[in-house]
Design a protein around this ligand. Structure first.
Ligand code: 5BU
Length: 264
């Protein structure tokens, strides 16, 4: 199936190269799953990647969770992820002023050199997007920023008014791939999609086939409902990596998300 037939207006209106790349990979894999690879060792990450690589479209990392991180092992891991045709998304949630965010993309982890996507809060103002984009340009790469418009955690402070301001600034920013929406609440997600229109992506954490409350304030909603409400990518962590059979679970999430996209 051609991406333009599957994605419709989203394909036509999301012009950022990274958006097109994601939508193409999702069609090739028949999966809208981004795995939240929240493992604490390099061997755990490699193991997970081998299990779920064929059934996911993107891999979300928290590089600073890894106890035995080394630059060499990490670049081996990124090469392995690319072999599975995955976009690499560092969920760093940058929040500082533009020039410091640019520098934070370098440093020991050198996020700019291997990430395709990063998350950012817009709390410090719109220049953060320019800072992050400048960091990718510093190493001759391109990437896309996902702005936090909503969060999945209970009691978060991203109010509806705040969300509206983030969307208003984000939709007109070329370096913005899209927004993080709350996958646990389809009605909030539908409201976000209304505000965003078709020109940007919405990616959603807080998704699990077992809906309800998770650990420490996390909340979960159903993958199909999230996609029907306007999510373009479901971010799933423990639903896959904590299960007894991560490969089989990744396949289930892939099918649920892909079928929901076709239904949408
Ligand atoms: P879980 O195991 O599916 O609950 O993992 C969710 C992941 O998504 C985890 O890596 C979080 O850092 C990430 N996340 C989230 O849960 N909620 C949010 O609002 C944002 C990110 Br932004």
């Amino acid at each position: 199936m051609q991406p333009e037939d599957v994605w419709g207006n989203r394909w036509r209106e999301c012009t950022l190269a990274m958006a097109k790349r994601y939508m193409t990979v999702a069609c090739e894999k028949q999966s809208l799953v981004c795995l939240a690879a929240d493992r604490k060792t390099m061997s755990g990450l490699f193991e997970l990647l081998e299990q779920v690589g064929p059934n996911i479209a993107a891999l979300k990392t928290h590089v600073d969770l890894i106890d035995d991180w080394t630059a060499d092992e990490w670049s081996r891991f990124c090469v392995a992820a690319e072999r599975y045709n995955l976009l690499i998304f560092e969920d760093r949630k940058f929040a500082d002023i533009g020039k410091i965010s640019r520098s934070q993309m370098a440093g020991i982890y050198d996020i700019r050199s291997w990430s395709n996507i990063v998350t950012a809060h817009l709390i410090s103002g719109p220049d953060i997007v320019d800072g992050l984009q400048a960091a990718w340009q510093d190493v001759g790469r391109q990437g896309g920023v996902l702005l936090l418009a909503q969060m999945s955690s209970r009691g978060n402070l991203l109010t509806s008014d705040y969300c509206e301001s983030v969307v208003a600034k984000g939709v007109v920013s070329a370096g913005v791939l899209g927004f993080i929406g709350n996958g646990s609440r389809p009605e909030e997600l539908a409201e976000l999609r209304n505000r965003v229109g078709d020109g940007k992506m919405i990616w959603t954490p807080g998704v699990n086939l077992a809906i309800g409350d998770g650990e420490m304030g996390q909340r979960y909603g159903d993958p199909r409902e999230a996609v029907l409400a306007g999510s373009d990518c479901i971010i799933v962590g423990s639903g896959i990596h904590r299960s007894d059979n991560p490969a089989a679970m990744a396949k289930q999430y892939a099918e649920a998300s892909w079928n929901a996209l076709l239904e949408r």
